[in-house]
Design a protein around this ligand. Structure first.
Ligand code: IFM
Length: 445
């Protein structure tokens, strides 16, 4: 599509002049230099045989820790306004750890790219555990240390990345670190992360920081049929993916029946958790088709789901899929955003799409261009429908360590040869650079 005459004749409509364009990464997926920081739960997990499909670890990953200058040059060449990266808590706990982020922030600002750090993207220090309430207080202390060092230059903050996935995959199903299979006994992990978020918002604000958001993963849930059992299963899945984290944050309450299952003084905690946000980050990849349980284990999108779950995930038929097997449904993004606006009204602050992207092989990644093109048009339709969206971040700048999938899934705009660490921009990198130039030219009139 990079040179597709149809795209030239039918350009992506203009976004507002102050719309924030960016790309996202996370520390554990790109930094490497694992021997220059304390261990995280992911180091312990990947050391266990069979946990990561290709047997790899993130010990080196993209070696970004040593090659950050080259990666900042790639960001600058791409022409993004902002770069969302994560700060590694185990690195901050290690000598010189904060110095690294200090340098990175300076380099980004010198390149004209705004730094947008996420404080937690799943790499919990190995000696901590989200089942323990104290981890929330420790997170607030860590947030204070980071803002104390970077807060003079960082003007936009994200507390947590996808606490729903970290709870579900890491603690309920055990396919991610720390590998616990607690099913619904994992709910305290959700509550403690939410509490950690609220305490961190307070800590950031106490240090004078503003413009704070969270990056939650959401997607429309489509029932497999209109049969009551399928509708009930889909509604339950919708609670887990779309309401369990959004409602405490936006409404100050858990969806019905869940508050009773959470530990501690839940109503006092909810006051902390619902500290008003400056904006709400949404990571969108695809909708999910959900039906009644089928009584068997299901393998879906790289995840094994046990038979005991009160729902089963089904295939969405008749749509393309990425190399990861994830359905490509751009209109799901419009549906998700208008649903959130209708559901939460003025309790929903301005939205930023903090992740959107796809896994495809190859340098001439026309399928990624089609994916991004389709999702930007879908995002624009949400703006036209009146949803207040202020920014869009592509996942991801670089091919990287895709958790339990290892290096087999390539989400980058830039190809990484993991044997040589050579970075090669893909066709999608050039396409996005040109699209950003076109957007700015149109915004200038
Ligand atoms: O790579 C992940 C990222 O860490 C969190 N959001 C989804 C991405 C693709 O799976």
């Amino acid at each position: 599509m990079a040179n597709d005459p149809r795209a030239a004749a039918h350009p992506i409509p203009p976004f507002p002049a102050d719309f924030l364009w960016g790309v996202s990464t996370s520390a554990h997926q790109i930094e490497g230099a694992a021997d220059e920081r304390e261990p995280s739960v992911w180091d312990a997990f990947t050391a266990e045989p069979g946990r990561v499909k290709d047997g790899s670890t993130a010990a080196v990953a993209c070696d970004h820790y040593h090659r950050h200058a080259e990666d900042v040059a790639l960001l600058s060449g791409l022409g993004v306004d902002a770069y969302r990266f994560s700060v590694s808590w185990p690195r901050v706990n290690s000598p010189g750890g904060l110095d690294f982020y200090d340098r990175l922030v300076d380099e980004l600002l010198s390149a004209g790219v705004r730094p947008v750090p996420t404080l937690f993207h799943w790499d919990l220090p190995a000696d901590l555990d989200w089942l323990k309430r104290d981890t929330a207080s420790r997170f607030a202390e860590y947030a204070s240390a980071v803002v104390g060092r970077l807060g003079d230059r960082v003007k936009k903050w994200i507390t947590l990345n996808e606490p729903a996935e970290h709870t579900l995959l890491g603690h309920a199903l055990g396919t991610h670190a720390p590998g616990k299979q607690l099913l619904f006994d994992a709910l305290p992990v959700a509550h403690h992360q939410l509490l950690a978020h609220g305490l961190a918002v307070q800590a950031l604000r106490a240090a004078g920081a503003g413009d704070i958001g969270i990056a939650n993963s959401h997607g429309p849930t489509w029932p497999a049929s209109q049969e009551p059992a399928d509708l009930e299963a889909a509604a339950f899945y919708d609670v887990l993916l779309n309401r369990l984290f959004a409602e405490p944050l936006l409404l100050g309450e858990y969806p019905q029946g869940l508050g009773e299952l959470m530990p501690g003084d839940v109503s006092a905690d909810l006051k902390v958790i619902s500290e008003p946000l400056d904006w709400y980050g949404i990571n969108y990849y695809a909708p999910t088709r959900v039906g009644a349980p089928q009584g068997t284990e299901i393998e879906f999108g790289g995840i094994t789901m046990p038979a005991e779950l009160p729902f089963s995930v089904r295939e969405i038929e008749g749509v393309p899929v990425t190399d990861f097997g994830w359905p490509v449904v751009p209109e799901g993004l419009t549906e998700l955003l208008t649903t959130f606006r209708d559901r939460y009204g003025d309790r929903l602050p301005p939205v930023i799409i903090t992740e959107n992207g796809c896994s495809y092989e190859g340098l001439d990644d026309q399928a990624r261009i089609a994916y991004l093109d389709g999702h930007l048009r879908a995002l624009h339709r949400a703006l036209e429908a009146g949803v207040d969206v202020r920014g869009y971040f592509v996942w991801s700048l670089l091919d990287n360590f895709e958790w339990a999938e290892g290096y087999a899934r390539r989400f980058g705009l830039v190809h990484v040869d993991f044997a040589t660490q050579t970075r090669t921009p893909k066709a999608s990198y050039a396409w996005l650079r040109n699209e950003l130039r076109a957007q700015r030219a149109r915004a200038r009139g």
